[in-house]
Ligand binder design. Structure first.
Ligand code: NDP
Length: 479
């Protein structure tokens, strides 16, 4: 199919104002860091330096944790209905300034504006609204007054959904009476810094929300700080394992949302065109930088050729380019390091014997880009069928029977998500019952709602975010 030619439709970046240098947000205000080390956050689509970000050191983290401890004395005694008001105010301000946030997210992280504008920001606001609604219903919800907040929660978030991961973590933590020290990812700190400005604007009591920017060393300082009562982490399985070991001997709470290698199973009785759309959304949404991405396509053998033919045609219509162009489907890869990782895994796949299809398109000359890619002729033992690529690369495997589909789907160290495509409701239930995955979509993919718990099994981590279960992750039994 030929691509329709579109005129460019670039979202203006004039709405965004970025400072050249940022400090940390501690005790209700931005302050000069103790650390003299800075890193540069760059736009992955232009390689332009956007700002200098402090690499928080032990003293910066200590100051933030102490501020959160003081904040906890007030916040945990604040009436739940008052806590709710602050969260509602934050939700409304996020809505009011959502275009600014969306543009900033796309500039700093590389995701298409249509995703940051139509997915990330609405989800961010609805998470704050949802958890605001819970704040004064916690006792009713559990029928007792026997739950209490942990205290100071350390939250470490990744670069794929920077503001949304902040919302998933900060909203339930504050609703339940905890205070927070947040460490955003080094490549995408800007929307978290803008969120801190909103906290100042709504007059959130000092110390309730603290933000320390930095890299992995800053994250490790936070994990190892004695004043932390719970760690909530989203990121790679390797760092998740490090954190679990580091806190192993301490009596603190821990939730880990880690990697995935989800099976997207298409049976031969599925509505194939609909399934093609779901498969495309499952892997190419956010350049495939999605922990629950449907990165393993499991096709019933007798529809393999027809499906691949349809899929390749559909992939060829994807538009790769400027994240701020409203026509763009696939934006920039988040960082040079991530681009190198994707390239190296794809090379492994080709060397192992996989057949690679990549769409024909021109990539911009600056920035980090990767063509939407599809592997066929893959064995389950290949790296590309086992490792989380975290990029726009789909790997195809085939099966003959439902039993075989389940066996292949579960043949992974991960257990975060899965998709099932069939016209038979009974087959959906039969398959879903047998899959080791925390989230399962049927005849759709990548659907999210703040009321629906999200989390994994096996090496995808433990604990749930979202919904009532997500609140429980921030409460413990009163002794
Ligand atoms: P990381 O797990 O390294 O990063 C996640 C967060 O943890 C970041 O804020 C990071 O800091 C921080 N961090 C890094 N090291 C430590 C540490 N020792 N102690 C505490 N915090 C730490 O993921 P990467 O960004 O390096 O990505 C690597 C791979 O991880 C990707 O290729 C992808 O496969 C996977 N990944 C999975 C995600 C998921 O949601 N499942 C999300 C992101 C990545 P900083 O990066 O700022 O230095």
């Amino acid at each position: 199919m030929d691509k329709w030619e579109y005129a460019e439709s670039i979202e203006s970046d004039s709405i965004v104002s970025i400072q050249s240098k940022y400090g940390h947000f501690i005790d209700g205000k931005f302050s000069t860091p103790n650390s003299k080390n800075y890193l540069k956050t760059v736009s992955p689509s232009t390689e332009e330096v956007l700002a200098s970000i402090s690499i928080g050191n032990e003293k910066d983290v200590d100051k933030a944790v102490n501020s959160a401890k003081e904040g906890f004395k007030i916040w945990s005694k604040t009436a739940p209905s008052e806590r709710a008001k602050y969260l509602y105010k934050l939700a409304r301000l996020i809505q009011e300034r959502s275009r600014e946030f969306a543009v900033l997210e796309s500039m700093d992280g590389g995701k298409p504006i249509k995703e940051s504008r139509d997915f990330d920001l609405p989800q961010v606001a609805s998470n704050f609204f949802y958890f605001a609604g819970w704040a004064d219903k916690l006792d009713i919800s559990w029928g007792t007054k026997e739950m209490k907040p942990y205290g100071v929660v350390g939250q470490i978030i990744p670069w794929n959904f920077p503001l949304l991961m902040l919302a998933w973590k900060v909203a339930p933590a504050l609703a339940t009476g905890n205070t927070v020290v947040l460490k955003p990812a080094e490549t995408t700190p800007l929307t978290a810094l803008l969120f801190a400005e909103l906290c100042e604007e709504v007059g959130l009591p000092k110390g309730v929300f603290n933000l320390v920017t930095g890299d992995g060393t800053t994250g490790a300082e936070l994990v190892n700080h004695e004043g932390i009562s719970k760690i909530a982490f989203t990121g790679s399985t390797s760092v998740g394992k490090y954190i679990q070991n580091a806190v192993g001997e301490r009596d603190i709470g821990l939730t880990l949302e880690l990697g995935g290698k989800a099976a997207n199973i298409v049976y031969n009785d599925a509505a194939l065109d609909q399934a093609v759309e779901g498969v495309v959304n499952g892997i190419f949404f956010n350049q495939g930088h999605v922990c629950c991405a449907g990165s393993r396509l499991l096709l019933q053998e007798d529809i393999h050729d027809e499906f691949i033919n349809k899929l390749e045609k559909r992939m060829q219509t994807l538009r790769v380019g400027n994240p701020l162009d409203k026509n763009t489907d696939i934006g920039a890869i988040n960082s040079k390091e991530q681009l190198e990782k994707i390239t190296s895994l794809v090379n492994d796949g080709v060397n192992d014997g996989g057949e690679l299809f990549q769409i024909e398109c021109e990539l911009p000359s600056t920035g980090y880009w990767y063509k939407p890619s599809l592997f066929t002729n893959v064995q389950p033992s290949y790296n590309i069928a086992r490792e989380e690529i975290f990029g726009p690369v789909l790997t195809t495997l085939t099966f003959r029977t439902p039993e075989e589909a389940v066996e292949i789907a579960n043949n992974t160290e991960y257990g975060l998500s899965a998709g099932i495509w069939t016209e038979k409701g009974s087959k959906i239930l039969w398959t879903a019952d047998r899959l080791d995955a925390g989230v399962i979509w049927a005849n759709t993919f990548n659907k999210f709602d703040p009321s629906s718990p999200f989390g994994g099994y096996k090496e995808s981590g433990f604990g749930r975010e979202g919904g009532r279960h997500g609140l429980l992750s921030y409460l413990k039994v009163r002794s």
